[in-house]
Design a protein around this ligand. Structure first.
Ligand code: LMR
Length: 409
């Protein structure tokens, strides 16, 4: 009976969103969930998405039929090209199998479920997935839900508020050979700290030696550097090194299609004469997992993304829109740092402009975060993460002053 079901805690991010909505104070600031806001703190429908949506609605043949189990073919093929590059040998060698998923969450889940069922490491104790500490909170529960043992590698240095590369490297080095390593492709959530290209090369080299299996989560392509290719650099470096790997690709942030749940899961086989055969078999199993869980993916968001990805003009407009978002975020990083420096807030605030992507790991502790909420109506996650997109020219100074207050104690 339901008597045995214990109460679970509320989801921290969605709980925060609900609490913010309830707050009636006009000064309230939402720095919680990672969703882009314009300079008036309003959700932003990308102009290119509006354009594609209008085109779609005018299409007399638009219907609400099921998509195939693997999703919309024009969308999945364009997604391969976006993440792996148009001229990727992996694509021309037909070494990639792609399924449309329920955004990035669905892609991580599909990958984790597949690994849980089929991953056979060369060392028996290697059947575990290593995630960064910290990582996106949902990674932990998605992986635990499919009964894949979870381990962590160090990632963030509290001292430098940058990457703990040595800690990360040595844990991956000590992990049993053929372990699964989950990596954030760019714009790491929650820290905003990424390895440099040189560090990625060292990690790839190490992981080849150790025969580890990379699983990339890519939720911010186009958001970190403003360049789609640069943000996919790490993935493509690993693909060039001949890894067999998996990618979860979300279109929530870079198209602003949050609630439409558009995304893809890709499995890339290592170059070998049997690669095509491998992806056929892997694809057949992924199709069964997909069918049993969601039957087939939701169509509307994928149709919008597909129109944009497959049209040169719309694609160029999209890149412009991406630069608008990443540019505004960068300006807010600068403005926040400048205000804190001007206020002579104790501590160093360099990390605010050094970190990239949607988030900044401020270094504020749980008590300070709680005080910010109580005293200033600022909503952010307990770990000190802020969604930079929640800052704007109207509230950045207010936020800086509030931070100054709690840092001074
Ligand atoms: C976030 O971390 O804020 C976003 O990725 C939203 C989510 O689904 O958690």
């Amino acid at each position: 009976s339901a008597e045995v079901v214990p109460q679970a805690p509320e989801d921290p991010l969605f709980g925060l969103m609900a609490a913010y909505k309830k707050d009636t104070d006009s000064k309230k600031v939402d720095l919680g969930i990672g969703a882009y806001r314009d300079d008036s703190a309003k959700p932003w429908v990308l102009p290119v998405v509006k354009q594609a949506d209008d085109l779609l609605r005018k299409d007399p043949d638009l219907n609400h039929e099921y998509l195939p189990i693997s999703g919309l073919a024009d969308f999945t093929s364009a997604s391969q090209k976006l993440i792996l590059g148009k001229n990727s040998p992996a694509i021309s060698d037909k070494r990639v199998v792609t399924l449309q998923t329920v955004s990035g969450t669905g892609a991580v889940h599909l990958g984790a479920a597949f690994l849980s069922k089929f991953y056979t490491p060369s060392t028996p104790d290697a059947k575990a997935i290593y995630v960064s500490s910290p990582t996106w909170a949902n990674h932990n529960q998605i992986i635990t839900n499919v009964h894949l043992p979870l381990k962590t590698y160090p990632y963030f240095s509290k001292q430098t508020k940058g990457l703990d590369f040595d800690g990360m490297y040595s844990t991956i080095e000590q992990a049993p050979s053929s372990s699964i390593i989950l990596l954030h492709a760019c714009a790491h959530n929650p820290t905003g700290v990424d390895p440099t290209q040189d560090q990625w090369k060292k990690l790839a080299h190490l992981m080849r030696q150790k025969r580890h299996f990379p699983f990339f989560d890519c939720a911010y392509q186009g958001f970190a550097s403003g360049s789609l290719a640069t943000d996919a650099w790490a993935i493509n470096h690993f693909v060039e090194q001949g890894f067999e790997l998996m990618i979860a690709q979300s279109y929530a942030k870079n198209f602003g299609l949050y609630g439409e749940r558009a995304g893809c899961f890709h499995f890339v086989a290592a170059p070998s004469p049997s690669a095509q055969d491998e992806v056929a078999r892997v694809g057949s199993q992924l199709a069964i997992l997909q069918r049993s869980e969601i039957s087939n993916p939701p169509a509307y968001g994928a149709r919008i993304a597909s129109l944009i990805l497959n049209d040169e003009g719309l694609f160029a407009q999209w890149e412009e829109d991406l630069r608008t978002m990443s540019g505004r975020i960068k300006e807010m990083r600068k403005a926040l740092k400048e205000h804190l420096v001007r206020l002579e807030t104790p501590g160093s605030w360099e990390h605010i402009t050094e970190q990239i992507g949607m988030f900044s790991f401020t270094g504020l502790d749980e008590k300070q975060v709680a005080r910010l909420r109580e005293e200033s109506h600022v909503y952010m996650t307990k770990n000190g993460r802020i969604s930079m997109a929640g800052l704007n020219t109207g509230n950045v100074e207010y936020f800086a002053k509030a931070v100054d207050g709690v840092v001074r104690g």
